[in-house]
Ligand binder design. Structure first.
Ligand SMILES: [Zn+2]
Length: 536
């Protein structure tokens, strides 16, 4: 097992030895000036594949070239090309039927009884008479002693699965785990040889939740790079399941308990077919690097998404441009200025990469594309430190992070924060599911210890109540609105504070030979453990 990262006195000695005396000096003015540039109207909200993308990436590349950094993308390039595949259902192509133990075939009406998508590589699905297995929540979580599949072989079968995850502390209480996500369930089903996955909805056919889902089912969807290549995915409502002899509420009750095991629905088979047309959206990640002097194959990544949601002619009001100054011109510039500061420090032992990810707003797609085709091997990637939206306030005592309790990076950050009289806390908003909503997550999912700091609300001047109220007001007013625009009045002191901490964290990692680790209760330790040998 890798050792824990050293902190405290030992880390201080290490920093001194590495000559980090060249102190970092982040400039609030420079941050502000640069945010203003890439969130201006002529960047058109930085939507992937548009002129706004080109302007953003050209500007970033010019900054890195002026700093003297090296291209960090594949084959000595600045850019990593990403072809995002989009799927649109062919009208009336979806068909389905089922049969029970008596062999009688019953047609299902696609679009109302059953929802089907073939959002996988070829966009085609044709499955005849496949057996159906009910797999509960479809979760295999050895670190929690949870195993829905047991020994049941689902090769060639369709799995019927519940959405969400069991309630209770075992699954992080009010904070969601990765196991509640559809993509986790699809991956696990695919890994076990299933051909398709169907969510057993607890909704009735007349429920708003079902009719809304049905309406949105024909929308164009973009494939998450690296996603499970199942033939199809879908959903069936509770009424239809009942006619098939399946009582979803009764099954859900059974699946809540740790001794539930998957079982074959006796005699049941399902046939489905559907088809989608596909097209491609080309976008790019931009990467720059500072190669390490001693162990260049070990990598610390600072990431931030450069994209935002573009222009929407249907937006209410006169302003149609979603400038994304806070989200995420601020984080983009944070990573750029991180590079400027680290370039000024003595060159570290390990390589540091500055990764500007594409298409985060479309579902973390640039970071997923990177994780599916990494430029630097994931097993020797030490950590990902992600910046999405810099804090905009005066100094804060707290340094909230997403996913507290996941890995040892938070302990390293705590040790650094303590020296400044600050403390690391959780994000305090479990209902937001923040851990799954930015580019650190595809790294975590691939086993790379990842950290995402958030905005402090415990103001040095004014305290927590004032800080939280101000944050909520700002987030409520501007998050994903055309009003998310640069202002000369932004207070970037807390941004400078956080960037300084993240600089120290990254530099400490870059001059260490230690590997951050996942905590035993984290769902991401298993995948990291499969590559332990690469880090010995
Ligand atoms: Zn963002």
């Amino acid at each position: 097992m890798p050792r824990r990262f050293v902190s405290g006195v030992a880390a201080a000695a290490l920093l001194f030895a590495a000559g980090a005396a060249a102190a970092q000096d982040f400039s609030a003015q420079r941050l502000s000036d640069e945010i203003r540039i890439i969130s201006a109207d002529d960047f058109q909200g930085r939507y992937p594949g548009t002129e706004g993308e080109k302007k953003t990436l050209d500007w970033l590349q010019a900054q890195y070239e002026a700093m003297g950094l090296e291209p960090g993308g594949p084959n000595g390039q600045w850019l990593q090309v990403i072809d995002l595949k989009r799927y649109t259902p062919v009208a009336d192509a979806a068909k389905a039927s089922w049969s029970g133990a008596d062999g009688q075939v019953h047609a299902l009406t696609a679009g109302t009884d059953i929802l089907l998508r073939a959002v996988s590589n070829d966009g085609q699905a044709a499955i005849a008479n496949a057996g159906v297995v009910f797999v509960g929540y479809g979760i295999t979580a050895p670190e929690r002693g949870w195993d829905d599949y047991g020994d049941l072989d689902v090769t060639g079968k369709i799995v019927l699965v519940l959405g969400g995850e069991p309630d209770g502390d075992l699954f992080n209480g009010p904070y969601a785990t990765t196991y509640q996500s559809g993509s986790y369930k699809a991956d696990e089903a695919k890994r076990r040889g299933a051909v398709g996955i169907i969510t057993a909805s607890r909704s009735l056919s007349t429920d708003m939740s079902w009719t809304r889902t049905a309406q949105s089912n024909s929308r164009t969807r973009t494939l998450t790079p690296g996603a499970a290549d199942l033939e199809f995915s879908g959903a069936i409502n509770a009424d239809v399941l009942k006619t098939m002899g399946v009582d979803v509420l009764e099954l859900a009750k059974r699946a809540e308990t740790g001794d539930f095991r998957a079982f074959v629905l006796p005699g049941m088979t399902l046939s489905v077919e559907t088809a989608e047309t596909t097209d491609t959206l080309r976008t790019h990640n931009l990467l720059a690097k500072i190669p390490g002097t001693k162990r260049p194959n070990e990598t610390i990544i600072y990431s931030a998404h450069w994209d935002h949601v573009g222009v929407n002619e249907h937006a209410a009001g006169d302003d149609k441009i979603f400038n994304g100054a806070w989200d995420n011109a601020s984080g983009t510039v944070g990573v750029l200025e991180m590079a400027r500061q680290l370039k000024a420090a003595p060159t570290p032992d390990r390589t540091i990469v500055f990764a500007h990810m594409a298409a985060e707003e479309m579902g973390l797609l640039g970071a997923y594309a990177y994780a599916a085709d990494p430029v630097y091997p994931l097993e020797t990637t030490v950590a990902d430190i992600n910046i999405d939206m810099l804090p905009l306030s005066g100094p804060t005592r707290d340094v909230p992070i997403f996913g507290k309790g996941q890995n040892s990076l938070e302990d390293d950050l705590q040790a650094l924060a303590e020296k400044e009289g600050r403390y690391v806390s959780d994000d305090g908003q479990p209902e937001q599911g923040f851990y799954y909503r930015s580019d650190h997550f595809p790294f975590a999912r691939a086993g790379v210890p990842a950290l995402m700091p958030w905005h402090g609300v415990d103001w040095v001047d004014g305290g927590r109540e004032a800080g939280l109220a101000a944050w909520k007001a700002k987030f409520g007013a501007d998050y994903h609105q055309p009003s998310d625009e640069w202002s000369a009045d932004w207070d970037l002191r807390s941004a400078v504070e956080n960037l300084t901490l993240l600089y120290r964290l990254g530099l400490q990692l870059a001059n260490s030979d230690e590997w951050p680790t996942w905590k035993p209760t984290s769902e991401f330790g298993q995948v990291r453990a499969t590559s332990d040998a690469a880090r010995r």
